[in-house]
Design a protein around this ligand. Structure first.
Ligand SMILES: [Zn+2]
Length: 103
């Protein structure tokens, strides 16, 4: 019925199930959810609909990037709604990590 703009990243934990919301959550809630799931991220700001997250601790971090499975220093992640899916992206990969969906 609809295209799925988000797809699983190669490094994505196969056990991860996107969080399902019955209605589109407010920005505070989705950010809170991201930070609860990825405890090594911290929220930086939101700009033009894109939520920016930084890594909370300097390299080396204990956890690799959830999207590219690599390490890219101080470059953080971005969260953005693609239709009914909230995806996380990073600088070094074109993959999108499907974090939440509205069903
Ligand atoms: Zn990455």
């Amino acid at each position: 019925m609809s295209a799925e703009p988000c797809f699983s990243a190669s490094g994505q934990d196969s056990d991860f199930k996107p969080i399902t919301f019955e209605a589109k959550p407010n920005p505070e809630l989705i950010i809170k959810s991201v930070l609860e799931h990825f405890t090594y991220l911290k929220f930086r700001n939101s700009f033009r609909g894109i939520d920016n997250y930084n890594f909370a601790s300097p390299q080396p971090w204990s956890s690799p990037c959830p999207i590219c499975d690599g390490k890219h220093g101080n470059y953080g992640l971005h969260g953005e709604w693609y239709g009914t899916e909230y995806c996380l992206t990073c600088f070094t990969s074109s993959n999108k990590f499907r974090f939440a969906i509205v069903a």
